[in-house]
Design a protein around this ligand. Sequence first.
Ligand SMILES: *Cc1c(COP(=O)(O)O)cnc(C)c1O
Length: 377
Amino acid sequence: MKPAPRSPILLTPGPLTTSDRTRNAMLRDWGSWDSDFNQITARIRERVLAIVHGEQTHVCVPMQGSGTFSVEAAIGTLVPRQGHVLIPSNGAYCQRLARICRVLGRQVTTIDYTEDRQVEAADVDRMLEADPSITHVAVVHCETGAGVLNPLHELALVAARHHRGFIVDAMSSFGAIEIDARRTPFDAVIAASGKCLEGVPGMGFVIAKRTTLEQSEGNSPSLSLDLYDQWTYMERTTQWRFTPPTHVVAALDEAIAQYLEEGGLEARGARYARNCKALVSGLAELGIRSFLDPSIQAPIIVTFHAPKHPAYAFKTFYQEVKQRGYILYPGKLTQVETFRVGCIGHFGEAGIPGAVRAIGETLEAMGIGMGSRMVAA
Ligand SMILES: *Cc1c(COP(=O)(O)O)cnc(C)c1O
């Protein structure tokens, strides 16, 4: 067998670069009935719950599929059919949340912001005051579209004060940015294997408040995405209800072991913050400005203004940077030409300086480097 070619470094917010240890954990097969495998599932559930200090109040329910499957499972199961969901929205993933509600036939109201702003707890407060028909507030913690960190704790307190349900898409922040169930009230926090825990993609999980989940039987319009059924079956049998993504589970277990060895949330968050800082300052030296105000930038993914130059095209830029070993991400904004660079994943401290160098060389090769263009003021 030939050795696998060296993979490029993924500077994308999931799938992301994983460690050899994590990938090697997928080199054996597991039976879904086997008690060794089911112990792995149990260990993941326990450790994930501990990351948010939810042991006393919440349960962790894993779900097959990409992160969106778990969001859909949470909305469909935890919001009753007559529910009405309020979504403060500042980007693509907030819009996806709203879309899920509509598809599932849940009434939805949004408060819309531009993508360069945080959503505001005061606006949610006013809406809840004005409209008693709203039963739930659903928010995105880190809006991966532009990279904005939303004020989760304040939003949670507002929902709690009005006695409404509170559901969080924490997909791109979970494990790196603190969420503490002991002080931030929530009914559900949703995350996935292939983001800040640095596993491979293929499963998500919902950390649900036990008392809320207990009351959610029969809500789900879906069989496979019924979180209540998945939970009760797993509690009863220790097994997944339908075929588990065994290799993904094994890899996540190994990834979480490394997460804990690294020092858990604090160390992971600090590493990403260092990556983010090095990235923003490195590209600034090349004349490339980040899109967001630094005060609302999450250290997860950074949106940059594309160079204003006739020779710039994202496709060429992407291919040139890829040839140098790094995979970037297209922008997700509608109004301005941007590209995105992720700060998350298992790459050494040289990863970011290497990427900055690759981008610099690419700009030179495209004839739009510092030497050949005016830097916009
Ligand atoms: C990645 C992500 C998701 C899930 O996307 P999938 O493509 O289904 O994995 C949901 N919300 C946010 C904020 C994300 O970053």
